[in-house]
Design a binder for this molecule. Structure first.
Ligand code: ZN
Length: 132
């Protein structure tokens, strides 16, 4: 008799990351060996290559480290107008993440160190941020 193992569909790390982002959070993992904190989508520890980790859901708030303003939206971003690709440091950690902040026209509107928060996950653009 043939039996097929039927397993529940597993969410990929990326899907879990998206679900957390929709809750305005950032899903991270902390290496069990060296304590390094990274995004959940990173496969193995960037520092020691360990694959053992615990998952942490962090509040999706941080401060702008660097960014690039795109005044002309590339293909697929036409809905966005001008926006900034922002690298931010997640509050209370040394974890960096990047996201997409619409409505940024000039550097004066987004000083380095500005607070941003995750508000959603955009299927094309990734983390959607809002200035706070
Ligand atoms: Zn490690």
């Amino acid at each position: 008799m043939e039996s097929k193992a039927k397993t529940a569909p597993q969410e990929s790390p990326r899907e879990k990351f998206i679900i957390a982002a929709r809750r305005k959070n950032i899903l991270a993992k902390k290496c069990s060996r060296c304590g390094h904190l990274m995004l959940v989508t990173v496969y193995c520890c960037e520092k020691c290559s360990s694959r053992e980790y615990e998952t942490l859901e962090l509040e999706g708030k941080g401060r702008v480290v660097t960014y690039t303003i795109q005044a002309v939206a590339p293909e697929g971003f036409e809905d966005a107008g001008s926006y900034a690709w922002v690298v931010f440091n997640v509050d209370g950690t040394d974890l960096r993440a990047s996201g997409f902040l619409p409505g940024v026209i000039s550097p004066s509107s987004l000083p380095i160190g500005s607070s941003v928060r995750v508000i959603d996950y955009h299927p094309t653009h990734g983390l959607l941020l809002q200035k706070v």
